[in-house]
Design a protein around this ligand. Structure first.
Ligand code: ZN
Length: 143
């Protein structure tokens, strides 16, 4: 089940260059930076309400973000929906004949499990499914 947007991913050439806009002009709280080796990106996170803005800078030429920047330049890269059961949601996507880039979850930033759906299946919007580990544990109490 999808309850909220987890974060919006924005591809950038240079984190430092854009961070001041989010921090000083928009005044969003800075939540930290992290390197996600699996995706070959460095991430800077900002909070807005309970949604995060994630700036993504490639750390290698073969990073998916490097390829995106080359084709489209900096800008909105993906929207991530928070799901409570990522395996089940992947299954639902596949049952609806949507193509998944990740057919099984892989590690994302902040200890999350993530999977991308192919933008050709989601009307041009690169869609990430994101399951927060800690929240998942909290939710189990209520079951
Ligand atoms: Zn993301």
């Amino acid at each position: 089940m999808i309850e909220k947007i987890s974060h919006i991913g924005i591809a950038v050439h240079n984190l430092e260059e854009q961070m001041s806009y989010y921090q000083n002009v928009l005044g969003l709280p800075f939540l930290g930076t992290e390197e996600v080796t699996d995706q070959k990106v460095k991430v800077a996170m900002f909070g807005v309400g309970n949604v995060r803005i994630e700036l993504l800078e490639p750390t290698a030429e073969d990073s998916p973000i490097a390829k995106f920047l080359e084709k489209k330049g900096s800008g909105v890269h993906h929207i991530a929906y928070e799901v409570d059961n990522i395996e089940k949601t992947i299954d639902t996507f596949q049952k609806n004949s949507l193509k998944m880039i990740d057919t099984s979850p892989r590690p994302g930033a902040s200890g999350t499990k993530i999977a991308f759906a192919h933008p050709k299946s989601t009307f041009g919007v690169l869609t990430e499914l994101c399951q927060e580990e800690s929240e998942n544990l909290e939710n189990r109490k209520d079951d």
